[in-house]
Write a protein of this length. Structure first.
Length: 220
């Protein structure tokens, strides 16, 4: 009678990590809006001159590139889970195939290292973090520019409304007064800024401005 061979013991995927002294992952990259980006910058010159590109075989390079892009959809943005089973699933390969790739002298996780994030450990790569922070800062600049554009347009319409109410040119063109009145309306006018409902609020705002000595000239 043949004796059944014992299945080889699966090597544990748990690796001890000394969590003392780990850096915190950048907190601003916890913003979930960043995971909705459908575009990410790729600095190909840096990639083409990297140790990973110049020395690793193609299968390692392919896995590494996919991890770079997969990380842009994780939370926090730009990170990877420190879990081999999850990494294998993210790459859509078998755990054994991932373990073999990770065992290479230069693996797909080249230059990734652990970070603290909200009570758990995640993996981060300095270049991937740099790209994610750059995307965040670009988003903030776009939102600020859009906000500034919206404010400028709102104040342009307010100046036109003042002219419609027969205010003097000095009042209609007083940038400081328009800015103050715009902020006053934001706090005190409810509903859309449309005539004729806006007229009473503007008059009340002008009266408040007059009491504070902000009018350069009286309305006609």
């Amino acid at each position: 009678m043949m004796q059944a061979t014992q299945a080889p013991e699966r090597r544990s995927q748990i690796r001890p990590i000394d969590t003392d002294g780990l850096d915190d992952y950048p907190a601003e990259l916890s913003d979930p809006k960043l995971t909705t980006d459908h575009f990410t910058a790729f600095w190909h010159d840096r990639w083409l001159n990297s140790e990973l590109f110049l020395t690793a075989p193609l299968d390692v390079q392919a896995a590494a590139l996919n991890l770079f892009f997969v990380a842009r959809k994780q939370t926090p943005v730009g990170s990877l889970p420190d879990n081999d089973m999850m990494l294998a699933k993210l790459l859509r390969i078998e755990l054994a195939a991932w373990s073999e790739l990770r065992s290479r002298s230069i693996s797909p996780l080249h230059n990734w290292r652990p970070y603290h994030h909200e009570g758990r450990i995640v993996l981060g790569h300095p270049v991937v973090i740099e790209v994610a922070l750059d995307a965040l800062h670009r988003r903030e600049k776009r939102e600020a520019a859009q906000s500034e554009k919206a404010v400028a347009e709102r104040r342009r319409r307010l100046s036109a409304s003042l002219a419609e109410m027969n205010c003097s040119d000095a009042v209609c063109k007083d940038g400081a007064l328009i800015a103050w009145l715009d902020e006053w309306l934001c706090e005190n006018h409810h509903g859309q800024r449309r005539m004729p409902g806006l007229k009473l609020s503007i008059e009340n705002g002008l009266n408040a401005a007059a009491r504070e000595g902000r009018l350069n000239s009286a309305r006609k």
